[in-house]
Write a protein that binds this ligand. Structure first.
Ligand code: AMP
Length: 133
């Protein structure tokens, strides 16, 4: 059975899309640690991040780098933090979180409650900051 993230890529489940190319997809985490918290996934369904092919990890990281730059521009922060957990959804993903302090990366923190309108505005704001290449 397809993972929830594959179903998002297929458009079967809605998401707040931030960026996409032929191989990767970026969308807002529905339980954000901070405004701009984004997930980057490969469209190819692989559970464990470190089971991805070497070249795939490299390409995914370059894709995430562009998304992180857009997040930082849209939501000014000290740095965008990156984390790989994967304990909940068995489809490899990178969390990108704008950080004002180290504490913003604590996944045990309470998550923000945002309205659909707020999610959409956040996704649009990041998308607008993506460099066109
Ligand atoms: P983990 O697998 O531990 O890295 O956590 C999975 C992350 O995916 C959590 O932060 C969830 O909030 C997020 N998540 C789960 N389902 C969705 C969804 N349908 N849309 C956006 N984010 C999701």
């Amino acid at each position: 059975m397809a993972t929830i993230f594959s179903r998002i890529v297929a458009g079967e489940i809605p998401s707040y899309k931030v960026a996409e190319d032929a191989r990767f997809y970026a969308f807002l985490d529905i339980n954000p640690l901070a405004k701009g918290h984004t997930l980057v996934i490969p469209k190819r369904e692989v559970d464990y991040f470190f089971d991805l092919e070497d070249e795939e990890i490299a390409a995914m990281q370059v894709f995430a780098k562009k998304v992180a730059a857009a997040i930082k521009e849209a939501f000014p922060c000290i740095k965008v933090g990156q984390a790989v957990l994967g304990l909940e959804v068995p489809h490899a993903h990178i969390h990108l979180v704008p950080m004002q302090s180290e504490k913003d990366m604590l996944f045990t923190n309470p998550k923000l409650q945002l309205t659909p309108q707020e999610f959409k505005e956040i996704a649009d704001r990041i998308n607008a900051c993506l460099a066109v290449d």
